[in-house]
Design a protein around this ligand. Sequence first.
Ligand SMILES: NC(=O)C1=CN([C@@H]2O[C@H](COP(=O)(O)OP(=O)(O)OC[C@H]3O[C@@H](n4cnc5c(N)ncnc54)[C@H](O)[C@@H]3O)[C@@H](O)[C@H]2O)[C@@H](O)CC1
Ligand SMILES: Nc1ncnc2c1ncn2[C@@H]1O[C@H](COP(=O)(O)OP(=O)(O)O)[C@@H](O)[C@H]1O
Ligand SMILES: [K+]
Length: 487
Amino acid sequence: MHRITPATVADLFDIAATRRIEQAAAAALPAHTLMQRAGLAVARLAMSIAPHARTIWIACGPGNNGGDGFEAAAQLQHRGFMPIVTFVGDEHRLPPDAKASLQRARDASVIFAQKPPAEYELAIDALLGIGSTRPPEGVMAEWLREMDTRGQPVLSVDVPSGLNADTGVLLSGSTGAHANTARFCVTFLTLKPGLFTAHGRDAAGTVWFDDLGVGDTTEPPTARLAGAPKAQARTHASHKGSYGDVAVIGGAPGMAGAALLAGSAALHAGAGRVFVGLLDPSAAPVDTARPELMLRDASALDLSGMTAVCGCGGGTDVRSVLPRVLATAAALVVDADALNAIATDSALQAQLASRARRGRPTVITPHPLEAARLLGCTAGDVQADRLAAARQLASRFGVVAVLKGSGTVIADDSGAPTVLNLTGNARLATAGTGDVLAGMIGAALAAQQPAFEAACEAVWRHGHIADTWSTNAAPLTAGTLARQAPF
Ligand SMILES: NC(=O)C1=CN([C@@H]2O[C@H](COP(=O)(O)OP(=O)(O)OC[C@H]3O[C@@H](n4cnc5c(N)ncnc54)[C@H](O)[C@@H]3O)[C@@H](O)[C@H]2O)[C@@H](O)CC1
Ligand SMILES: Nc1ncnc2c1ncn2[C@@H]1O[C@H](COP(=O)(O)OP(=O)(O)O)[C@@H](O)[C@H]1O
Ligand SMILES: [K+]
């Protein structure tokens, strides 16, 4: 069993693949082996989370997830803990593995109760796993709410109950997102994408993985965790030309700050030279706080040898420069208002898609609403399946698509596994941090990194800054974030 961290490199598998892996493993092992191993893993983790627990409440559901809970109860009872099991379901309709584990819990003299204990030190959620098909309701929903609000740690077995393991969408009726409840999840056989995006990160908390001794699979992964990027060493004989030029294009009247933030991030992330082409004709000719930035009129920049970062604070004015930017930029990051302009203009969409045919690397960085506009759907539709939305954007426009938010998704149209990023937190939920990300990706592209790699690495580093932000430091703002951009 090991803990998943932002540095973890691992494949992710959807429910269908997990079922196939489970069937193959179960067929190769003596009956009930997998569930016994799963129950033991739950018991071990429970003991390490709450080593001094007197009472451990284990809520068990109607399927094999409940079976894991019964098995854990038997294991904890043998080790001198006091598990109290509440069960929702029909004993006579339990699957065979779960039925055998229920018997093992009874044989171990585990206490079964109708209601959760009045006092407990740890709750184990073994209500629903990957078989969750509809929102938990009735007593199941009540128990989930109780776990969420009683303030004691919660350990989810395999998947937080009611969470779609493919998409990270929490079916209504279950909560699982109370920020003050410590949450853990031990997941079996495979890591599932839904644990790491949308509601998944809040619902699962700290994730542990146990392959139940099954080892590698030949199943193709659904997505992957890419882990930490390697530090980019610089040769002594390099010079500013080695790291390329970034041209930020944006900053319509009243929004110059967004373009300057992207410029600052590109600069700190190591770009050789950074130009900022402001769309506001009355903008000041120099940013005295960052004199390294070369401020220009957007229309005066020759982008043919540059990486353009287009859209930050672009307002509606950015529409007029987009045809030239899309046609001429050697490499391109399309963000914010540039995405909104493209979403409403089929000619610009065709131009965006044509860049791939011309061998011009392009990364788009929508948040869910910008992604929805590009796809002609709602932000809710995008959030309902973030991996699918990112893949759709990548294939429709022939670009690397970075779908931002908790569990940022990075997809391209090469057929390579989509990447899910595990750095970042809600400290980033402040205006301008997206502009900083666009600038960081721009710097990586300018240094000639391949677009997919550039996007994955910049997204990882951007989130990592927030994860390692000291609580004693200045508040995280987009400006301070930009200055921390590492290279
Ligand atoms: N079979 C095995 O050997 C193993 C099974 N494993 C466990 O088995 C789980 C999958 O088991 P199952 O396929 O039985 O699925 P679940 O235990 O997730 O639940 C399926 C059952 O719950 C019902 N259900 C779904 N949504 C419901 C809702 N909202 N309210 C009430 N009932 C609902 C379904 O109709 C079905 O009867 C995994 O997540 C994992 O915890 C692991 O122990 C690995 C080994
Ligand atoms: N709760 C969160 N968890 C992780 N990352 C977040 C969270 N909220 C925001 N972010 C990140 O912060 C950035 C915000 O970008 P965006 O929405 O474009 O903001 P803006 O337009 O103000 O710059 C994205 O990189 C996003 O992934
Ligand atoms: K569960």
